[in-house]
Design a protein around this ligand. Structure first.
Ligand code: B12
Ligand code: SF4
Ligand code: SF4
Length: 399
């Protein structure tokens, strides 16, 4: 049975001490910052979000376009809730030098186990601790990037940190932005925290460093708010995008095979990051910081792909998406090093010979076309002979 707390004078005294207990439990579990939020609507954030949608910056992420008002109305996330506990936890681990060979980089948030299940499990533990403390069941909903909720706006409103120009939350106790945001909606009355006043000052390093110029000024109120255009963001292109990588952006992907951290790597607030507290986020418990690309191309079926990336966020783009990314990175490596490394050419040639997906074949042709050697041209001609007329038209732009 769900019980709610009566807000009488004595209940307020109880609530104040309960808040201190909530913070202590959060820290005990390893969360780096714990804030309390209210469920009031966020009208300013709703306008900002609508502007982002209107400019087409959500790209093909249809789920973000459905019922936008819900995302800025936290009480719709869990109607039984009376407060929301907002938490943050670091996912940072040091990126080693890649081993010799053809490797692609994985964004730091994804090197270990999938954060959704890891954080949800910690939030369930959080709830169990609270139930023990209050001596009765609590109605609660754990959330991390898996509900129609504008998490950053909520976190910003209640002091988790400020939103940097790269559009990520940078917190006073977080030592930068390498952290996840999550929420535990509870039917407990807790006093909400206020906004934290932080700023980027005159710094524009992330805007300058972004290889695709994805960080944009607001079109309607220039200078007022920066936004990320997902159509251009390597994180979107390599994770969420289901189609091909646009030709004009392929060389800009560099060696990012999954996600991108450039606008965080250059941020001065990230100079002394806190390491991830939980073993699940360690690189040896997931895909790690670098993927061996020729080996990736040898995963010949969706079943084998799912087995290989079982608990990892790298499952998100599926085999087709991750192999597409690998081909782009390999193409960049062939071009960058002017060496047309035989290992890369052979791996793509063998892959393409056994593959039938037209998008992957087109990306194979593009990758090989970055190497002008005659031997590569023979492999390219073989692949081209197997392309559909529509894909052939695409390929004619660069072969
Ligand atoms: C869609 C999405 C993406 C998209 C779009 C990103 C974007 N910046 O909009 C893509 C796929 C590109 C993406 C990429 C990444 N993402 Co993402 N993503 C989300 C998601 C699901 C929604 C974000 C959203 O609503 N965007 C819409 C726009 C409008 O929001 P915004 O521009 O960020 O708005 C803020 C600022 O502009 C600022 N602001 C500035 N001026 C003004 C003015 C007003 C009036 C207001 C109200 C606000 C405002 O405040 C707003 C928020 O308060 C959230 C989870 C969630 N449910 O919220 C995770 C989330 C933002 N992503 C996250 C992460 C880790 C990443 C990556 C770092 C992953 C990676 N390494 O590849 C990159 C970073 C790229 C980047 N620089 O943003 C984390 C960020 C954690 C943090 N510390 O902030 C989140 C919160 C997930 C989580 N639960 O931890 N992501
Ligand atoms: S994640 Fe990469 S591509 Fe996206 S905004 Fe940041 S630097 Fe640009
Ligand atoms: S790099 Fe500079 S401008 Fe960008 S988020 Fe960090 S402090 Fe802000």
């Amino acid at each position: 049975m769900l019980l709610s707390i009566v807000c009488s004078a004595s209940a307020i005294v109880f609530t104040m001490s309960l808040k201190a207990t909530v913070l202590a439990f959060g820290q005990q579990l390893g969360f780096h910052q714990v804030q309390i939020g209210s469920l009031l609507p966020m009208p300013e954030a709703a306008d900002h979000y609508q502007q982002w949608l209107d400019q087409g910056y959500a790209a093909d992420m249809e789920y973000l376009k459905r019922d936008p008002a819900r995302r800025s109305t936290p009480n719709k996330t869990f109607e039984a809730a009376k407060s929301v506990i907002i938490v943050s936890v670091s996912y940072y681990s040091v990126t080693p030098t890649p081993p010799p060979g053809s490797y692609g980089r994985v964004a730091r948030y994804a090197v270990g186990e999938d954060y959704h299940r890891v954080i949800r499990s910690r939030l369930t533990d959080f709830c169990a601790l609270l139930e023990k403390e209050v001596g009765r069941p609590i109605a609660a909903r754990p959330v991390t990037d898996d509900a129609a909720l504008y998490e950053q706006a909520l976190a910003e409103r209640h002091g988790l940190g400020f939103v940097g120009k790269n559009s990520l939350i940078i917190g006073p106790k977080l030592s930068g932005s390498y952290n996840f945001i999550a929420e535990l909606f509870v039917n407990l009355e807790l006093e909400a925290d206020l906004e934290y006043q932080g700023t980027c000052g005159n710094c524009v390093r992330c805007i300058a460093a972004c290889p695709t110029d994805a960080i944009k000024d607001s079109a309607t109120t220039p200078g007022a708010a920066l936004m990320v255009d997902s159509n251009l963001c390597i994180s979107y292109l390599t994770i969420e995008n289901k189609g091909g990588i646009p030709l004009s952006l392929r060389s800009k992907m560099g060696d990012w095979v999954y996600g991108c951290d450039i606008c965080q790597e250059v941020c001065p607030y990230n100079s002394k990051p806190i390491p991830a507290p939980w073993p699940e986020f360690a690189p040896h418990n997931g895909a790690g910081h670098h993927l061996n690309l020729p080996q990736l191309l040898q995963i010949e079926s969706d079943e084998k792909f799912v087995k290989r990336f079982q608990k990892s966020p790298l499952r998100r783009p599926k085999r087709r998406g991750l192999l597409r990314n690998a081909l782009v990175v390999m193409g960049n490596q062939l071009k960058e090093e002017h060496s047309c490394r035989a290992e890369i050419v052979t791996a793509i040639g063998q892959f393409a010979a056994a593959e039938s997906d037209q998008m992957l074949l087109e990306h194979s042709v593009w990758a090989l076309a970055q190497c002008p050697k005659p031997a590569t041209k023979i492999i390219v001609a073989d692949i081209i002979a197997r392309l559909s007329p529509e894909v052939l038209l695409q390929v004619e732009n660069y072969v």
